[in-house]
Design a protein around this ligand. Sequence first.
Ligand code: CO
Length: 446
Amino acid sequence: MKRRSLLASLPAAGAGLLASGRANASAKTPNFGMGEKIQITDVKAVLTAPERIRLVVVKVETNDPGLYGWGCATFTQRPLTVKTAVDEYLRPFLKGKDPSAIEDIWQSCYVSSYWRNGPVLNNAISGVDMALWDILGKRAGLPVYQLLGGKCRFAADLYAHAAGRDPVEVEDNVRKWMERGYRHVRAQVSTPGYDGGYGAGAGKDAERMKENLPPGTRVFEPKPYVHSAIALFEHLRDKLGYEIELLHDMHERVTPAQALFLAKELEKFQLFFLEDPLPPEEVDFFRHIRAQSSIPIAMGELFNNPHEWTGLISERLIDFIRVHLSQIGGLTPGRKLAAFAEAFGVKTAWHGPGDNSPIGHAANVALDLNAYNFGIQEQHQFNDAAQEVFSGCLKIENGYAYANEAPGWGIDVDEEKAKKFPYPESPSFDQSWGNTRHRDGSVIRP
Ligand code: CO
């Protein structure tokens, strides 16, 4: 039976209609009425770094020849720990199970380690979960967004990143994106005298602060940063007007009082959102920011599990939830989070940087197209090497991302080409975490 022809029979199928597998349902797996003849035969993590960013993707194989799925499990700062979790622990746990029992597999993987809810294990589950959705889509002959209920918009509006050493350079870079059709741009500027700021390079004269600090340290002080951010948006609104939507990422780093001050000062510049004004450890201060500023707040890329977002959303203390789907456990918790946030008027803005594989980006866009409360999508444009390893990357045009219309994610990973891009010896991407310090040497979070 051709896979596409399963489409009509899938929802109502008796076991016998899903015919191409061999053995009966595994004794390990409860039979929920579909797909019990197809079993998971192998699960493995594949490591590759075509952009020198360490990616982890998971392949789930089945006993149906040619039927397999891919998921994103990327945690680029600790990728080998995720590989261990997948290969050594989830692989034996999952072999023989029914790949269509996505919810059961998610729930059982989640408690299979007893200790749960954190990074590494959630990344590993995410890789498996997205791969199972890919398999289901391939069996149904449908892209994953269709399995969620279809599109309610034709494409996902993207935001691009513009940075510079001073406000004029940032303005030039914002204009470049505007000329390419983008309606949303995140703007970051260097802080003069410091090289530890987020999202833009070192400021002028950054070296003079470092006499007593270990080599490799980047230096950051919150107050000069706060003032450079205010000066940036004064300049951008003066030169660009108010039609272009501007975003800014504080990336934590300041005291709660400074975050409140900056939120109030930036309010008049009508940002699309202000991202991560506080670290997860300080979320109770959001109440105070909310009470004193109308600036829209985006939060959540470091979140791991519902304990961290439920209160912020249900009390309507943030406007955009922006978790990393590969961090919270994949598409399954992501679609629940989107629906939960919709009920409280909170929009989605899934984390979408380069340390998210093309499959992770495809999962973001599947939810972007389906969720009514979609807000905005952070973009990453994959280079030629990445597109060589991952065929079927999202199409980006005029500031929109379009889903791949092929079944599943529509993305295949060439494992031989993936091997051509091993992890770099000393990846530059994540070396600032833990090495960014105040002038007095105390470490910045994060
Ligand atoms: Co961010």
